[in-house]
Design a protein around this ligand. Structure first.
Ligand code: NAI
Length: 287
């Protein structure tokens, strides 16, 4: 039976995008975040995006209203326990995610798929936190901005069942996405390739090879990237980039090539996280 209601754990950049995409594809979505302010921000983001889609005639007014009605916001998982699918999209930290997975396995029905939007953490390691439910755990890695980016990287853990995998492919497609498989190595394919490039751009900036805007222009004009690596790092979130690099460093034999650049770490420590804080490599008006 098609998925009727998705619980999205974490209402930040990714959780708000995943829930919006579900709702605009006819699936109820409940955003669960422990941070009330974040729930408020997710709701504002949904209203703004839906209004914009109606203005641009990508959705009719009626479709926009229906999508908004499908969205709910709660601060505990218990309030979402009738969902028939869960996607965890909380902070990229293995301890936080494991404790969320333990709660997810207790809270949701025994046939509910427990998907994670992790960018880099091993699916098998996360599944190990929920013994008896490992076959229902899978990586369902959406990309930012979720409503626009077509890819879902699908990662099986070593005990993920075929049934879970098939259902994930079906759900991804019903949300308008193209699922592509990757194996369970830290960073999978996308971040294994992307993050060392972003990190190298920080090294180039630190070494004085060029100014950030020139590094980005060179990569855009010379390599046909739609966005330069430093601009993209701000967009992803510098904290998220740093966390992903640390997961790859720890998960790929402590290879120093994955250690985050010092300037990147200093920006994160100073609270300069990129677009979401209004300041990162660049400064953004209005946050
Ligand atoms: P974010 O920092 O914007 O949002 C994380 C949210 O998780 C916050 O709102 C926080 O309050 C919430 N949270 C933390 N602990 C929680 C708990 N116990 N229960 C409920 N909510 C909790 O992070 P973002 O960027 O949305 O990333 C989320 C996940 O998606 C991470 O695993 C990240 O690696 C992954 N991801 C991020 C991408 C990006 O471009 N930012 C792209 C693809 C995946």
């Amino acid at each position: 039976m098609p998925v009727q209601k998705i619980a999205v754990i974490g209402g930040g950049t990714m959780g708000s995008g995943i829930s919006l995409t579900a709702a605009t594809h006819g699936i109820q979505a409940v955003v669960v975040d422990i941070n009330e302010d974040q729930l408020e921000r997710a709701k504002k983001y949904h209203i703004k995006q839906i209004d914009r889609s109606v203005e641009k005639e990508r959705l009719s007014k009626e479709e926009g209203d229906i999508a908004l009605e499908k969205l709910n916001y709660v601060s505990t998982m218990q309030e979402a326990n009738d969902a028939d699918w869960v996607v965890e999209a909380a902070t990229e930290n293995i301890d936080i995610k494991k404790s969320i997975f333990i709660q997810m396995a207790k809270n949701f029905g025994e046939n509910v798929v427990l998907a994670t939007n992790t960018s880099s953490i091993s699916i098998t390691d996360l599944a190990a936190a929920v013994q008896g439910a490992e076959h229902r755990v899978i990586g369902m890695h959406f990309f930012n901005p979720v409503p626009i980016m077509k890819l879902v990287e699908v990662i099986k853990g070593n005990k993920t069942s075929e049934e879970t995998t098939l259902a994930t492919l079906q759900l991804s497609e019903s949300m308008g996405k193209i699922p592509v498989p990757a194996n369970d190595f830290a960073g999978f394919v996308s971040n294994r390739v992307l993050m060392p490039m972003i990190n190298e751009a920080f090294h180039a900036w630190s070494d004085g090879v060029a100014r950030p805007e020139d590094i980005d222009s060179i990569m855009k004009l010379g390599c046909a990237f739609p966005m330069g690596p430093l601009r993209l790092a701000d967009y992803i979130g510098l904290d998220v980039c740093k966390d992903i690099m640390m997961v790859m460093y720890n998960g790929l034999d402590e290879n120093p090539k994955y250690l985050p650049n010092k300037k990147l770490t200093e920006l994160v420590d100073a609270g300069h996280l990129g677009d979401k804080s209004g300041q990162g490599v660049y400064t953004y008006a209005n946050g």
